[in-house]
Ligand binder design. Sequence first.
Ligand SMILES: NC(=O)C1=CN([C@@H]2O[C@H](COP(=O)(O)OP(=O)(O)OC[C@H]3O[C@@H](n4cnc5c(N)ncnc54)[C@H](O)[C@@H]3O)[C@@H](O)[C@H]2O)[C@@H](O)CC1
Length: 286
Amino acid sequence: MPHTLKLLSAAEASSLDDELRRLFSEAQLAELAGFAFASAIAAEYELPRYARVLVVLGAGANGRDGMAAARHLAAFGYAVPILRAWPANASSYELLVDAVFGHRYTPPPRPPFAALLAALRASAVPLVSLDVPSGWPVDADAPPDGAALAPHGLVSLLAPKRCALHFDGAHLLAGRHVPPPLAARLGLHPPHFAAAAPFVRLEGLRCDAAEGRCTLRADALPLPPSFSAAAAVFSACISLVLLAYAVGALARSECRLFGLLWRPGLSHARHRDDAATRSSTRDAGL
Ligand SMILES: NC(=O)C1=CN([C@@H]2O[C@H](COP(=O)(O)OP(=O)(O)OC[C@H]3O[C@@H](n4cnc5c(N)ncnc54)[C@H](O)[C@@H]3O)[C@@H](O)[C@H]2O)[C@@H](O)CC1
């Protein structure tokens, strides 16, 4: 069964924020999102290929979480400098991280952000956006125009936003700190995350803008623990049966090779023949 992802509108994303702010402090939210974002980036943009990273921050919570992600990326071994302005050597970086706007952006961009988005758009360095590609209208039914950012990757936070319908690059989902009862109440329906991973790659994702939904191919998701345990037991049983069969076949072929094939009927017959031979030999006085 394919898994249908819940896509949040800007209003639904804001309600989720309000719920989370009742449960966590701002600092906790930043750390949880920052670590999850950084872990997803590190998995998709591995060291040493993407060692030099430029994280571009906005003034809202998306920028705050981007700052925390930058700190975690630095702890993972990436080189993430702290700069006050767009650097002259931006093209020498190996990865750009867009944490300018999240789901509370309303177009069009005001100065100085219009110039910043244009610089990000013009760069040939791979770009990954956090939660929302900055400048994309969150609830848009149509794909963004040609002047919008075209990120290589998108790491959605907690649930993809509606505009993700129009994104067809590498898509990951980060953050699993929505308590399950709250996720159920909001109908978030998150996919299964592997073990303790704070993110999941949305491989096999198919978004249909006309239907207004994104589905994940069932076989592309990590299996829930109960399924993987059952699968492990099942495959162990199959392996044992095959092994036993192979050992039996090998033993039979070895026996044949040395003329030792044991067949109950045959061995009894031989035994009888031997006994008959012995008694006739005795009778004959030999
Ligand atoms: N850590 C967590 O668990 C959570 C983090 N969240 C993050 O917080 C983000 C939402 O944060 P915010 O509500 O602060 O909003 P944003 O981070 O989207 O930024 C809003 C900021 O951008 C400015 N802005 C909006 N439109 C603009 C325009 N046209 N031109 C110039 N400036 C503009 C606003 O004045 C405000 O300062 C989410 O996208 C997500 O990244 C939230 O989803 C809540 C949960």
